[in-house]
Design a protein around this ligand. Sequence first.
Ligand code: SAM
Length: 242
Amino acid sequence: MPRFLLSEHNENDGAIRGEESHHIAKVHRYKVGDALDVIGSARIFSATITEITPDAVFVKLNKELPSVEPGLEVTLYQGLLKGEKQELIIQKAVELGVKRIVPVVCTRSIVNLDAKKAMERTTRWQRIAQEASKQSGRASVPIVDKPVPLSYALHSDSAELKLMAYEGSRTSLKSILQSSINVRTVSLLIGPEGGFDTREVALAKEANYSIVSLGPRILRAETAPLALLSIVMYELGDMGGL
Ligand code: SAM
């Protein structure tokens, strides 16, 4: 069943406004009395439409549904990639359960965005995250930040476990994850198409990142984050079974 984002709600009813309400009334052609699932305050509810006006849909909240939000909070710092690759990573990372995505401008980033373009892209990325969140049944929409320099990214959070994927590393990811089973916050750092330079690796080490290998093959910049996120969500999150 499609899910829609509440604009505001209390424990008994809510309202959906703007593009979402247009989607309900004009695209899906829902009517008063129809059932649908709605998302608000990181919770999912089954609901019934009580009123449809030209710019809003009003619903009665029936029952709270089980949440599929992971307990593990993962932030993905992703070296800025070209157009559709960045969008693919955002969509897939949201399905895999990421909490926040921060595009990072690295030395070898090919993409160069001025402030205006960065804002436009971030708005588009956030919309992709919202659609992926609804499609995958999540109760909250991960935040996609605007691009930041690596130096900012390295010192912008206090995750219990910080992993930088670097193909020059000989450190086993498996051993690090096996000794991190109780962590609840993780930061992942993946490079752009051109990779990290050795200075960036040294800076990450100073910022308490563990520099890990993802195996003997060179993964594409759009493969590596999804592989690492899947492994972490399997070992430490909720993808490894209940
Ligand atoms: N230096 C790479 C090359 O020789 O082609 C280019 C970087 S790779 C396309 C993009 C990013 O994926 C890297 O910066 C790294 O974060 C990650 N990555 C790819 N393969 C990896 C591996 N085997 N181990 C660890 N990280 C890897």
